[in-house]
Design a binder for this molecule. Structure first.
Ligand SMILES: Cc1cc2nc3c(=O)[nH]c(=O)nc-3n(C[C@H](O)[C@H](O)[C@H](O)COP(=O)(O)O)c2cc1C
Length: 212
C-alpha cells in the first residue's frame, strides 16, 4: 500500500523545544517548497528565514500590538476581549527557533492584460482573477514545506494571521522586495512533547462529489 503517513502525520504545531534547526535542514525544507506547482511556473515566492530569538520575540510583540489596535474597533469591551482571546493564533510562532516568512508576487497573466487593454467587461476580468492563482501557488509551496518538515521530524505551523502587521514586520526585519508582499509565515522547529492532536476531518462523503 502507498505510504502517505507523511501527509496523515502532519499537524499544526504551536509549541516548540528550544533546539536549533540545522541550516541544511532549513534549506532542504525550503527546497521542497520550491518544487511545488505555481501558475505558469512563475515561482512567485520568496522565503525569508528568521532564527534570531530577539527578532522573533519582537515580531510577536508587533503582531500583538497590531491585533490590539484592530480590536479597538470593536464596539464594546466584551467583543474586544473576545478578539484578544485568539491572540495565540496570531503569535504562536514566538517560541519557534525558525520562522520562515513567505513572500509572494503577483501572477502575471498575459490573457488578463490583453483583455484589459481591449476593454473587456469587468465581470470577465473578475472571473479570470477569481482563482487567486498567485495565492494558490504560495499555498502549494507552503504545504510542500509543511510535509517535508513533518517527514524530517520537525513540527510546523502555517500562519496567515500575523500578516496584518506586515508593514511593521518588514520594517523590523528591514526586508523589502519590489513587487512582493508578506503572504504567510511558517513556524518551524522540534515540537514540544504532547502537542495537541490534529483535529478531526470532515467525512469524505461530505467533501467529495462523484459525477458519473
Ligand atoms: C491558509 C492558512 C492559514 C492559517 N493561519 C493560521 C494562523 O494564523 N495561526 C495558526 O495558529 N494556525 C493557522 N493555520 C493552521 C490551521 O488552524 C490548521 O491547519 C487547522 O486548524 C487544521 O489543523 P492541522 O493543521 O493540525 O491539521 C492556518 C492554516 C492555513 C491553511
Amino acid at each position: 500500500m502507498t505510504n502517505l503517513s507523511f501527509i496523515y502525520n502532519r499537524k499544526s504545531v504551536r509549541q516548540f523545544k528550544d533546539i536549533p534547526v540545522k541550516k541544511d535542514d532549513i534549506l532542504e525544507i525550503i527546497k521542497a517548497g520550491t518544487y511545488a506547482p505555481s501558475p505558469k511556473h512563475q515561482q512567485n515566492w520568496h522565503f525569508v528565514v528568521l532564527q534570531n530569538k530577539e527578532v522573533i520575540g519582537e515580531m510577536a510583540k508587533i503582531v500583538t500590538e497590531s491585533h490590539k489596535k484592530i480590536g479597538q474597533l470593536a464596539k464594546n469591551e466584551k467583543d474586544f476581549k473576545k478578539h484578544m482571546s485568539v491572540i495565540n493564533y496570531y503569535t504562536c510562532f514566538k517560541d519557534a527557533p525558525v520562522v520562515i516568512l513567505v513572500y509572494g508576487s503577483e501572477y502575471k497573466m498575459i490573457e488578463y492584460s490583453i483583455l484589459k487593454e481591449n476593454n473587456a467587461p469587468k465581470e470577465i476580468l473578475d472571473v479570470l482573477l477569481s482563482p487567486q492563482s498567485a495565492a494558490q501557488g504560495i499555498g502549494a509551496a507552503v504545504e510542500n514545506i509543511l510535509l517535508a518538515a513533518t517527514e524530517m521530524g520537525y513540527g510546523s505551523c502555517y500562519m496567515t494571521g500575523p500578516t496584518h502587521a506586515k508593514i511593521d514586520i518588514e520594517n523590523l526585519i528591514d526586508f523589502k522586495k519590489e513587487g512582493y508582499e508578506l503572504m504567510s509565515m511558517i513556524a518551524l522547529g522540534v515540537a514540544e512533547d504532547n502537542t495537541p492532536k490534529q483535529p478531526p476531518r470532515k467525512p469524505l462523503e461530505e467533501v467529495i462529489t462523484f459525477i458519473d
